[in-house]
Ligand binder design. Structure first.
Ligand code: EPZ
Length: 423
């Protein structure tokens, strides 16, 4: 187990370049397994969740070849096995996209249940409901294994998602591109990575319309020839994490290689809090000058275009530094406040009640030894440490490395005093 040792109190400034989106990459790479020819995918973040997913593909018989640091070629035509029973499947959430990809291609899939960050129950009932509507009515889940079968080719259907779900929307798209006829997903998720997966599928020969709106229409095709190159969008959550580090440390950071419209919910909050936010074509500068006041705010997490739940812990870390009382309502996950006890170890004054957290800001946090409870909670711990007085040890940083590429070099480039040490 490795740790970060961080000496807080340094003002961060300069430029940082954002990597490809981890959550878009998980969907796009799985989509590369759903098509019928090889594809080349650029701007892939080199984080451990992606490495594990690609290991699974290779174990299933796909040809996976890195052509450069961030470009991978995937040839799924050598895969004949619809069974993903290797332990790696259980190590990440994104492995559940193999369900849709294989069901569409082979009409059958058997795999271990996915793992991923723990913040309360993470059901997949909507994924299964979607697959059943497409004809995969034979479904068995027992002893941690999911087995889905469709006796004939999948058939297009109208599917209403009664909860907006990123995973279910992508998984149903992945299956429906091979179905006979038209599939309509109503109340679909609208996150940037949904649009990215749809764009990838279209580039490979599929017909997916309406991604980014509530209603997605997929006209199935028997064969998706692929044989194209596609670049993943920048990571909205990594970008947001770095944007917040500027006011947190009274710094001045230009975050490059992002899509400014994806950042609007956060940019607006930062302006409300008193920050300077300057948008470029593919960059955003965020600054808080020496004498400017950082004021507390209220936000509630919602599906896109609402405030992302994946920025919630980082925003709570920022609110600890703001003057006044901030309020956060977590609407997406039932139990995503576990890390708050760790912030309290650093001196934060936070009260929680169910899905509400009230943060009394304006206190200087103190260095401490803290764990990473999940990926974004881990990023929040690093942020708290950057603002804290003295030394903080952040333990279990493998969790952060699941989703943040080159975190330490990027932070050091901005002037942070952080190093990775062996436990
Ligand atoms: C994706 O998870 C992301 N993961 C999560 O990011 C992110 O927090 C989440 O979307 C919300 O934006 C990946 O993309 C790999 P959901 P996902 O299905 O797809 C309920 C990170 O830090 N629901 O949109 O698993 C569910 O309980 C990770 O990068 C059902 O009820 O999330 C939740 O309340 C963590 N039934 C809500 O929907 C279902 O079948 C949204 O979940 C599925 C979900």
């Amino acid at each position: 187990m490795s740790r970060y040792r961080i000496n807080g109190g340094r003002r961060l400034s300069g430029r940082v370049t954002i990597s490809g989106s981890k959550n878009a990459a998980l969907g796009v790479l799985a989509a590369a397994m759903a098509v019928d020819g090889p594809s080349v995918i650029e701007n892939v973040p080199r984080v451990s969740d992606i490495d594990i997913l690609l290991d699974i593909f290779a174990l299933l018989g796909a040809k996976v070849e890195w052509q450069s640091h961030d470009t991978v070629r995937i040839d799924p035509t050598t895969v004949s096995n619809h069974e993903a029973m290797m332990e790696e499947v259980h190590q990440l959430r994104g492995s559940y996209y193999l369900l849709g990809a294989f069901l569409g291609r082979f009409g059958r899939v058997r795999q271990l249940l996915p793992g991923g960050c723990d913040f309360g129950s993470r059901p997949i009932d909507l994924h299964l409901k979607g697959f059943a509507a497409l004809g995969a009515s034979e479904q068995q889940i027992s002893d941690g294994v999911i087995d889905l079968q469709c006796p004939q080719r999948l058939k297009g259907a109208s599917i209403f998602l009664n909860v907006v779900s990123v995973g279910a929307t992508i998984n149903i798209m992945l299956a429906a591109v091979h179905a006979e006829g038209v599939t309509v997903i109503d109340n679909a998720a609208k996150e940037p990575h949904i649009v990215d997966v749809a764009n990838f599928l279209n580039a490979m020969g599929a017909e997916v319309r309406g991604a980014g709106t509530d209603v997605i229409k997929i006209t199935g095709r028997p064969v998706l020839p692929a044989n194209k190159t596609y670049a993943i969008i920048p990571d909205q959550i990594e970008a947001g994490t770095f944007m917040m580090m500027a006011p947190l440390t009274r710094g001045d950071i230009t975050v490059e290689n992002l899509i400014p419209t994806h950042m609007e919910p956060l940019s607006n909050k930062l302006i409300d809090m008193g920050c300077l936010v300057e948008e470029g074509d593919d960059s955003i500068r965020v600054a808080l000058m020496e004498h400017d006041k950082l004021t507390a705010t209220t936000f509630r997490t919602m599906p896109y275009p609402g405030y992302p739940t994946d920025l919630q812990p980082q925003t709570v870390a920022l609110l600890c530094a703001a003057e006044g009382s901030g309020r956060v309502i977590e609407n997406v996950w039932e139990n995503r406040f576990q890390y708050i006890d760790d912030l309290k170890l650093m001196g934060a004054n936070i009260m929680t009640s169910g899905r509400l957290a009230i943060i009394q800001g304006g206190l200087r946090l103190q260095g401490a030894k803290v764990p990473c409870r999940d990926l974004r909670a881990g990023a929040a711990m690093v942020m708290a440490a950057l603002a804290a007085e003295g030394e903080t040890i952040v333990e279990g940083i493998e969790t952060i490395q699941r989703g943040y590429e080159n975190f330490v070099p990027k932070l050091r480039g901005l002037g942070a005093e952080i190093e990775e040490i062996e436990a």
